[in-house]
Design a protein around this ligand. Sequence first.
Ligand code: DWN
Ligand code: SAH
Length: 407
Amino acid sequence: MGKNCLICGFPIEPFLDLGPMPKANAFLSEEEFAGEIFFDLKAAFCPSCKMVQLLDQPARESMFHDGYPFLSGSSSHMASHFQSLARDVLEHFIPDPTAFVVEIGTNDGTLLKHFSEAGIRHLGIEPSAGVARAAQEHGVQVHSGFFDEALALHIVRDSGPADVFLAANVMCHISYLHSALEGIRILLKTKGVAIFEDPYLCDMLRQTSYDQIYDEHAFVFSLTSLQNALQPHGLRVIDVNPQQTHGGSMRYTVAREGEHVPSKGVEKLFAAEKKSGVADFSTYEKFRIRCGKSKKDLVRLLTDLKQKRKRVLGYGAASKSTTVLNFCGIGREFVEAICDSTPAKQGKFSPGAHLPIVPSRAFRAPYPDFALLFAWNHAKEILEKEKEFTAQGGKWIAYVPEVKILG
Ligand code: DWN
Ligand code: SAH
């Protein structure tokens, strides 16, 4: 039987089957291989509200828990990005020193610590207790839990309404989006604003970055689909700002309907999305074909390198790498290991493909011949850091927007 849209209830149309997939961040030990759990990773499009979504998502507690390994602060570029977002918010949306800021998906506090340091009353909401503790260590007030309507009621009761609601790379993780949006409606002051940043659908389509699709990403938003989701809650997008982060994101500023005048950029983006075909199923069919080609090209390149007895190491055990490795069927016969700076991933194996995760310091002479750049969204930062690899003749392999050897 077909499934219905998580946003509007209309029957959805599957367009991409990425096969049996483990949870993207379920890094595991050898003893855990036998009990590893897989689900079917499939993406679908809603012809009515245009939302791109997963057909199935594992239970939220099984993805976001005490051992959740991702740390926002693992990229210095992201840390600067969040510092400049905080500066913007402090300048434009904090009416007076008594203002209250709520952030969800606080993670290790990389964004919220700037509000804490500025002496602004704030609250972070973070279900993954391990990373929430890291935020507390940065002096950030955190409640460990999942943001939804019920939690919003508690926050208003205990702390009052919010001037600013921040959600970087988290709204797209929430399959119960209506509950979270209702929570925002409950929480915001009349003139308050919510700022979301999420991977942008048109960037994913343009770059064939199918690795944005994994268990945690219940949705890939466009302005069109997000506005359709906001509408029943009396909320609307009043501004949009494209971002280069995470391989192409959109910053949406959201407010109560009628309380702020939407910028011209909003109208422009609606028109651009219409033109680019976000509302047409054929766009997603073409995307599926490009994903198939990307897989074939990557496997062909790795097979060729293997035949030539070249050493290949992965760089950055990103969530996205779980999709690529499992969809393409890439195992240790092609890629020796993945270097990653995250302590909680090191010494474990990648989900499904079981590549060993080794610390970044393992990326040194004698270098491999090739490095497969899984964290392609941090290419600038990583290539700068690893100049020595390139200087002594090492080559980077990229697969977004297409499979190629860089340089
Ligand atoms: O949406 C999400 C985004 C915000 O973060 C979450 N669902 C999970 C996570 O996605 P991701 O794992 O794909 O994020 P990154 O930032 O692309 O992951 C990069 C990985 O590479 C991290 O494990 C850290 C590592 N890394 C490294 O080893 N050396 C990163 C950099 C910049 C480095 O220099
Ligand atoms: N905002 C950070 C972290 C993004 S990763 C950044 O941009 O780098 C997504 C984070 O959202 C995880 O830390 C996860 O535990 C958290 N999360 C998932 N569901 C949530 C919910 N319902 N409420 C609050 N946080 C949530």
